[in-house]
Ligand binder design. Structure first.
Ligand SMILES: O=C(O)CCC(=O)C(=O)O
Ligand SMILES: [Fe+2]
Length: 290
């Protein structure tokens, strides 16, 4: 990529959510097609972000710090936010996430939640190596987008405190590109904003040169024919999710997908593992998350 980096497209959450579904889809589509990423200011409230931060702080002791160069030596990563944060469960299927996923991954029979991780970058952390999230899939250079990922700003994201560094437009580059930090821009955003980017966009956590922690809830979603990043059936086992909505259960993977994938035992719907009392149709046919 030559020349100056292009800017991250910025959208306004409250006005998108107040307008028509058609306008919302068109705005997301044009931003994501042009840059592979966008920031949606004010997609959720500061109160919701504070609640998620408080609920997940209870698991700080279990989060990994300094696991590897890539994961960061001053960065705490806490997994399984769905079972650990009721507030996050309430926004996992946020209309902006669903509209963006439908646009980027709508070519597949279905797409779904893949993982989320609470990432707290501590003071003094250095920048993470630039990468494409989809490299996790054995570096296969897919001929289409297979992931739609993102980050909720649990605190404000500033260049100084380690805002995610993005190379807008890099979704059109090759899989083995060598990009330099000068080609990145920081995804600065206020608490409650949502950064979205496709699995082909080069990015990395920023260096934290401030004295505060930067907290973000990172999101991953993928097409239904790919393995999810974290094992949802271990993190959210049937016995513990009976009071979750069907919409959320379908979204995290209690659903058939593709051409005969994800069914259970005798061609059963996997949702029957959560609700054995229900008479759910059998067969390989896909149940689209609705
Ligand atoms: O923390 C961030 O800003 C980005 C982290 C990231 O991209 C990753 O761990 O894959
Ligand atoms: Fe990443």
């Amino acid at each position: 990529m030559n020349g100056q980096p292009i800017e991250i497209p910025r959208l306004n959450g409250p006005s998108l959510l107040a307008g028509s579904k058609h306008k919302l889809q068109a705005a997301l589509a044009s931003a994501l097609d042009a840059a592979g990423c966008c920031v949606i200011e004010g997609a959720a409230s500061a109160q919701q972000m504070d609640a998620i931060g408080t609920e997940l702080a209870a698991f700080d002791d279990q989060g990994q710090i300094g696991a590897s160069d890539f994961e960061g030596h001053k960065t705490r990563r806490t997994g399984a936010p769905l079972p650990r944060s009721a507030t996050f469960r309430g926004i996992a299927t946020h209309p902006l996430v669903m509209a963006a996923g439908d646009h980027v991954l709508g070519h597949a029979t279905s797409w779904r939640f893949s993982a989320a991780e609470y990432i707290q970058i501590g003071p003094g952390e250095s920048a993470q190596r630039l990468h494409r999230d989809q490299w996790k899939y054995d570096m296969v250079d897919f001929d289409r987008e297979v992931e739609l990922n993102g980050m909720w700003a649990i605190t404000d994201f500033t260049e100084a405190n380690g805002a995610t560094r993005i190379v807008p437009g890099s979704h059109r580059l090759g899989n083995r590109e060598k990009l330099s930090p000068e080609q990145t821009v920081p995804a600065e955003m206020s608490k409650g904003s949502l950064l979205l980017y496709t699995g082909t966009v080069y990015h990395g956590g920023g260096a934290n040169n401030s004295s505060e922690w930067r907290a973000g809830l990172s999101l991953q979603h993928g097409v239904g024919w790919l393995t999810q990043s974290t094992n949802q059936f271990l993190e959210c086992p049937p016995a513990e999710v009976a009071d979750w909505s069907d919409e959320l259960l379908r979204f995290i993977g209690y659903a058939k997908t593709g051409n005969g994938l994800g069914y259970w035992r005798d061609s059963e719907d996997p949702l029957a593992a959560v609700h054995p009392d229900r008479d759910l149709p059998r067969g390989w046919a896909t149940v689209r998350p609705s």
